[in-house]
Ligand binder design. Structure first.
Ligand SMILES: Cc1ncc(COP(=O)(O)O)c(C=O)c1O
Length: 388
């Protein structure tokens, strides 16, 4: 194996996939491990993709995305953020994950440092590792019952090797939402120190304070700032299996992004892009219903899990995960395994979300309340009965 790059041979399964692989073979397991609901993609989205398939949308096209989807994205984003986006900044290369990786490849090289606000989604760290860059962890604080980013910690983490910062807001796994004020501070710092920003906004519509969208770097970055904004269809419109996302890059990169996208996936799958158009144009009612369900579920999690005597749980402000810290003698991985094998409920082990999270679990609360409630009660009962 010596011939294969160590950046690849060193990769390990995440604490999400490890548990899921164990759980797939256990019948009737309630999966709270992945970031998705049990809802099917809405019919009107499926129908738009089927129609496109019937119209022969199965061929090569411009690798930055089909025109109807890029037009729909411009209309959607302009309205959502009250901006006038340069359409040449939009690329649809494939999934959101691919957009995260491409943004990192655009900004960071082997040996560079990238600041990662933690707890973070483990695949973002794997992307850094595959490039051979070094992730510098800056952990959110717990302050006044909320997750909080201390900008002074970011300033002290910046070195001459810092090329970028990866920010995921609203955050998986904590539900932290970065304020518009902090985004302005971060942008000012990036301009002063000369590093790029990768803003992963895939949960931009999953919020619980009544606002329609989370504060975004879309609203404040100028066309020239080295800011890459990544987003996608998975989380707002129940489209995780579609592998469809978009990225907004600095201006003046249209040709380069076409080549880059061509070499990654030659753009997203042709006909599914029309499902994306339907989601953007007609998806608001579905989203409102989905968010209402998640809001109800969030209360249930705060009550059943957050109310347990061994658990410390901060209320998530966005996305659809709970990230409880559990008093334990062993580790989050042992606990997740115990819950899986004894209760048939699958949760992710905290260690995988970055250093300092070994005593945490992550659970996704987007599934139907009828399935969620008994699963949460089983976790609570397990904690009552097992002092591990
Ligand atoms: C923070 C974050 N970014 C990106 C993604 C990837 O999204 P997609 O499945 O659309 O590629 C996820 C998926 O869980 C995520 O949690």
């Amino acid at each position: 194996m010596a011939i294969i790059r160590p950046e690849i041979t060193d990769l390990e399964l995440s604490g999400i996939t490890r548990i899921a692989l164990e759980g797939f073979s256990i019948p009737d397991t309630v999966p709270l491990w992945f970031g998705e609901s049990d809802l099917d993609t809405p019919d009107f989205i499926n129908q738009a993709a089927k129609d496109a398939l019937d119209r022969g949308m199965t061929k090569y096209n411009y690798a930055r995305g089909h025109m109807p989807l890029r037009d729909a994205l411009k209309t959607y984003l302009d309205k959502l953020y009250a901006i006038d986006l340069d359409p040449d900044r939009i690329t649809v290369p494939g999934s959101t994950m691919l957009s995260v990786y491409m943004s990192m490849m655009a900004l960071v090289e082997k040996g560079d440092e990238i600041i990662m606000i933690s707890p973070f989604w483990p695949n973002a760290l794997s992307a850094v590792q595959m490039i051979g860059a070094t992730a510098v962890d800056v952990r959110l604080e717990e302050q006044d019952g909320q997750w909080f980013l201390d900008m002074e910690k970011i300033k002290s983490a910046v070195t001459p090797k810092t090329k970028a910062i990866y920010i995921n807001t609203p955050s998986n796994p904590t539900g932290w939402v970065m304020s518009g004020e902090q985004q302005k501070e971060m942008l000012a710092l990036s301009r002063q120190k000369g590093f790029g920003i990768i803003s992963d906004e895939v949960y931009h519509r999953n919020l619980y304070d009544g606002s329609t969208v989370a504060p975004s770097f879309m609203e404040i970055a100028s066309d020239e700032d080295p800011v890459f904004i990544v987003n996608g269809f998975s989380k707002a419109w129940a489209m995780t299996g579609w592998r469809l996302g978009w990225m907004i890059t600095p201006a003046g990169m249209a040709d380069q992004m076409a080549v880059f996208s061509e070499c990654m996936n030659t753009g997203a799958t042709a006909f599914i892009q029309y499902g994306g158009v339907a989601a953007l144009e007609e998806g608001e009612d579905f989203l409102a219903r989905f968010n209402a369900r998640c809001m109800q579920n969030r209360e249930m999690v705060m009550d059943i899990i957050g109310g347990h005597s061994r658990v410390h749980l901060l209320e998530p402000k966005g996305a659809f995960y709970a990230f409880p810290k559990v008093e334990m003698k062993s580790s989050g991985l042992d606990l997740a395994r115990g819950i899986l094998h004894s209760e048939h409920v699958g949760v992710a082990a905290g260690y995988t979300f970055g250093p300092g999270n070994e005593n945490y679990l992550r659970l996704c609360y987007a599934i139907s309340p009828e399935r969620l409630e008994p699963a949460l009660r089983k976790i609570a009962n397990y904690l009552d009965r097992n002092d591990i």
